[in-house]
Ligand binder design. Structure first.
Ligand SMILES: [Zn+2]
Length: 234
C-alpha cells in the first residue's frame, strides 16, 4: 500500500547528538540573548557577534554525528513505498549525514551563506565574517542562510503541497510553540492524515495529534519507523 509521509523534526532529534537549543540552559545559546543573535535587527547592530555565534554553531554541528532517530528516518525513506518528506526546523545537516535525501530546511542551514544584497546563496566556509564579499555581486552583505525570528520560513508552498497529499504526519522533537510549524498538524489533520507526535514530553500542540508517543527520539523513532514499514508492506 502506497503511503505518503511528512515528518516535521525539531531540536529534540538533534539534542541527543549533542546540539543544544535556545531553550536549554548552558551551552552556546545561554551566553546570548535571542534578539542579539537570531534576529535581523541583532545582525544589523553587531554582525561580528552574530557571525561569531554561528561560526561556533557551525563548528559544533559539523563535528556532531546523527543518532539512531536520524538513521531510522533515512531507512524509512529508502524502504517506504510512497513519498517521504522531512521538514526540519534544524539548521544542522544530521538528516543528510544519516542518508536522508528529501529534506526541506524551513529555517535554513548552517552550511549555507546568503547575500543580503542580491539573494545569492553559496556553501558557507567554516568561518564567515562581515567583510566577506558576496561571490556574485561583491557586496559586503554576507550572512548565515538561517531564518531568524521575524523572517519568513523557507518552502511553505512545498510544505503545504506535501501536507495535502500526506497519509501520515509525524512531528518529532518539536515544541509546538514556533509558528508556522505548529500549524502543520492542524493542516494535516484537517486533510485526513493520521497524525503522530514523538516527543520527550507532550508539546503544547499534543491535543491535536491522533497519537502521542513519549520518550527519547533515539528509542521511539526507530520503533515507530518499523511499525510504519510493517504497515506499509501489508
Ligand atoms: Zn550578492
Amino acid at each position: 500500500m502506497r503511503t505518503n509521509i511528512v515528518i516535521l523534526t525539531g531540536a529534540g532529534i538533534s539534542a541527543e547528538s549533542g546540539l543544544g537549543t535556545f531553550r536549554d540552559e548552558g551551552g552556546l545559546w545561554a551566553q546570548h540573548a535571542i534578539e542579539d543573535v537570531a534576529t535581523p535587527e541583532g545582525f544589523s547592530r553587531n554582525p561580528t557577534l552574530v557571525h561569531n555565534f554561528y561560526n561556533a554553531r557551525r563548528k559544533q554541528a559539523s563535528a556532531a554525528q546523527p543518532n539512531a532517530a536520524h538513521l531510522a528516518l533515512a531507512k524509512l525513506e529508502q524502504e517506504l513505498n510512497g513519498d517521504l518528506m522531512i521538514v526540519t526546523q534544524n539548521v544542522d545537516a544530521l538528516h543528510e549525514k544519516a542518508g536522508s535525501r528529501n529534506v526541506l530546511h524551513m529555517h535554513g542551514a548552517l552550511e549555507r551563506a546568503l547575500c543580503n544584497e542580491c539573494g545569492h546563496r553559496w556553501e558557507a566556509p567554516t568561518e564567515m565574517w562581515p567583510d566577506d564579499p558576496c561571490p556574485r555581486c561583491g557586496a559586503l552583505a554576507t550572512r548565515p542562510d538561517v531564518v531568524w525570528f521575524g523572517e519568513i520560513p523557507y518552502g511553505m508552498k512545498a510544505i503545504s503541497d506535501a501536507l495535502a497529499s500526506a497519509d501520515v504526519f509525524a512531528a518529532i522533537g518539536t515544541s509546538g510553540e514556533v509558528y508556522p510549524a505548529a500549524n502543520f498538524v492542524a493542516e494535516a489533520d484537517g486533510l485526513g492524515a493520521h497524525t503522530v507526535e514523538l516527543n520527550l514530553a507532550p508539546s503544547s500542540g499534543a491535543a491535536h495529534f491522533g497519537e502521542v508517543v513519549l520518550g527519547a527520539a533515539s528509542e521511539t523513532v526507530p520503533a515507530w519507523v518499523n511499525h510504519e514499514l510493517t504497515r506499509n508492506r501489508a
